[in-house]
Design a protein around this ligand. Structure first.
Ligand code: PLP
Length: 372
């Protein structure tokens, strides 16, 4: 079965092999060396002042950022399941939260953010997704982050980049916390989250010193010494180290360019066989198709072509399907997925199969890839 869900993504053999070594103790020089190498590679990739690795899924890092960086009132963008989560986290800690709610195919607007900031001078932290995975939507987080910092540089900008980190080069010049997760573009098993931090975020974390397990001050103190506050997820970090070393060898920019080519070419290929892209501004991490027969297509893909793509959640259940582009996806696999989608449409009596989708895909893929 080809796993083509936008998280978890498949773990490549070289990473699985690295993780198959016997478990080592986390308080050893041996592990500290691996931790140091991983930390340095992550900093190089993210271009943030500091970086933390936490033993939790992505939501743990989202919670840690909200509790550590928001003291008075949170402003949160909700264009889907993951944006909604920031508001739920704030509510569960009794942190006042203003939410800007949009349909799941519509990105956050700068005007709505500035209006909320003007109406709520207590706001001291802002949360947004780079890619809202619920509808495969790309938010213009860079433009909003810049405007917020021009308005008041003390407002902490928290970007959930879980489905953007490792997908495209991310501008962190106005970002205080950039969140990532192991099971997306890093192609690792679920269970580890990443936070890139700015100098301003570090200062606020140290001044506030909140929480116990997710106390980022405690983590910072330990991780700059290449160890962790609690038992580290050693196996996943060993896998991450192997992944980042390989990614560096290939070149981060080359991975970004390949992902972009696969993603844009896939969008065009599926539009070429009359499928409809769901979000108004699609993210590169996934292709999201709006289709009334989404469940039927997914069933045929799984049962007849051994391809597992994701469906939708809540009101989009049965209305969309999502195809992953995160990670080092072999061209042969995505090419087969696109072919299988066209074959599924023939089985549903919607078009006669002639390989047109794959023809568009390959033409566009090589065209975009060679643009450099
Ligand atoms: C996957 C994902 C998360 C993290 O969810 P977990 O299940 O806690 O790992 C957060 N935000 C986005 C945008 C995601 O795609």
């Amino acid at each position: 079965m080809l796993l083509f869900t936008p998280g978890p993504t498949p773990t490549p053999e070289f990473v699985r092999l690295a993780m198959s070594a016997p478990t080592i103790h986390h308080r050893t020089q041996e592990f500290e060396e691996i931790f140091a190498t991983t930390r340095n590679l992550l900093k190089e990739m993210l271009k943030t002042q500091e970086v933390l690795m936490l033993a939790s899924s992505g939501s743990g890092a989202m919670e840690a950022c909200v509790t550590s960086l928001c003291e008075n009132k949170l402003l949160s963008i909700n264009s889907g399941k993951f944006g909604e989560r920031f508001g739920k986290i704030a509510n569960s800690f009794g942190i006042p939260c203003v939410e800007i709610k949009n349909p799941w195919d519509i990105p956050a607007s700068l005007d709505s953010v500035m209006e909320a900031l003007n109406n709520n001078p207590e706001i001291d932290a802002f949360c947004i997704q780079a890619c809202e995975s619920a509808g495969g939507l790309r938010h213009p987080y860079e433009i909003i982050a810049k405007a917020i910092k021009d308005f008041n540089p003390e407002i902490m900008v928290i970007v959930d980049g879980i489905t953007a980190m490792g997908v495209e080069p991310l501008d962190v010049s106005c970002v205080d916390a950039l969140i990532g997760g192991s099971q997306k573009a890093f192609m690792l098993p679920p269970g580890m989250s990443i936070i890139g931090l700015s100098q301003k975020a570090i200062e606020k974390i140290e001044r506030r010193n909140v929480g116990f397990y997710f106390n980022l001050k405690t983590e910072l103190k330990n991780q700059i010494k290449n160890t962790t506050a609690w038992t580290a997820p050693t196996t996943i970090i060993i896998g991450l180290c192997a992944f980042l070393q390989e990614a560096k060898k290939i070149g981060f920019e080359n991975i970004y360019q390949d992902t972009k080519a696969r993603s844009l070419a896939c969008d065009m290929a599926l539009e070429g066989i009359n499928l409809k892209i769901y979000p108004t501004i699609p993210a590169l991490a996934m292709t999201t198709i709006a289709d009334e027969q989404s469940d039927e297509i997914r069933k045929i893909l799984k049962n007849e072509f051994s391809v597992n793509v994701a469906g939708g959640q809540d009101h989009l259940k049965g209305k969309i399907f999502r195809i992953n582009h995160m990670g080092m996806v072999p061209l042969s696999e995505i090419s087969w997925v696109i072919n299988a989608i066209e074959l599924s449409l023939e089985k549903l009596g919607r078009r006669k199969f002639n390989g047109f989708a794959n023809q568009i895909f390959l033409e566009q893929y090589y065209k975009i890839k060679n643009q450099g």
